[in-house]
Design a protein around this ligand. Sequence first.
Ligand SMILES: [Zn+2]
Length: 414
Amino acid sequence: MLRLLCVLVVSAVFADRATYYNYQVRRVVPENQEQLKVLNDLEAEPNGLYFWVRPSRIQKAVDIMVPPHMLPFFSEIAEGLNLKSEIYISNVQHLIDTERPKVRPTADFGWTDYHTLDEIYAWLDSLVETHPGVVTSIVGGQSYEDRQIKGVKVSFKAGNPVIILEGGIHAAEWISSATVTYILNKLLTSEDPVIADLAQSFDYYVFPNVNPDGYVYSHTTDRLWRKTRRPVGNGCYGADPNRNWDFHWMEAGASSDPCTDYYAGEYAFSENETRSLAEYFKSISDNLVGYLDFHSYSQLLMFPYGHTAEHVSNYDELLALGLEGAAALARNNGTQYKVGSIYEAIYPASGSSLDWVRGNLGAPYAYVWELRDTGRYGFLLPANQIIDTGEETLNSVIVILQEAKRNLQGNTKR
Ligand SMILES: [Zn+2]
């Protein structure tokens, strides 16, 4: 009887998994105000369309996932507007099915496959064992479903200036968490003297999964889930945790509709995850010099602000250093990044963790990466690109940390 029950439960779980057979991702580039307005209107009431990259301005590409039954509707609108659309992904489910290796590697944590939340948390625990006196377990906050926002602190000597690494705030962006763990591992194990020196020069607070409920849900139920998992009304779930921080909340690029993917929440810090994490960040902010946040996709390296086109006080330095970082990133594989403030480089977006950290805690080196790729895989970057992504991204992180270190020593380069 028990066995039968188990079989039933397992099949129920699989039956409830979201599928995306023959969903396409179409790229359109608005060329005039009319086209942009229609895209903005569509995004405000998407009715089943899912904007992977939102409309922002003329000549800026928009990626829209279109369910098969809506393809005629979508084509009609595009034709009516004389808006050319290109098929970037012809079958989203195919990418979901081939994203991960057929046989899961079992030997060690590795970076050849994406990991579940439990696997990542167990690996973090193992670091405390393997690096005694250097790695300690920390809890940055609590989720709606009562999971810990687990992290580790890496400290080779007391009193170092503080760097925060954050990943996974958007659940679907698995490459974010994978890249954060990749960089963490290198800080602890690399024999490269440059990396070892940087590891010893700062205290690192590392959180690979700051939206744990969403991340679990993206593994068990809906691969493309982005938000938190709190019921928010109208039968919908979750706020966008990167629009929910209490800094110019809801001023730009966020939605008040609970059913959209950019829902900012009922009020700033309505989400347990952002509220508790902000408290934790405050508690470690005395000597905070860097905040490095990882998202996907689009290949952008950005800095504050997102709510305004006005420049942050050290804009020129952040831009120049960002360009140096992007050049270092391109060194291994030629991966090209664009650099700028969030507002300029991607779209106006307020209430992000990056803006809050910079605006409230003053971290001078605050950067956010939109990792690979530029849309052929989008959120579904194959696991066999994790290591190359981690390695090239680390190159840019090194450039930024080296400059932060030089600056702290009062030996500024520019
Ligand atoms: Zn994101």
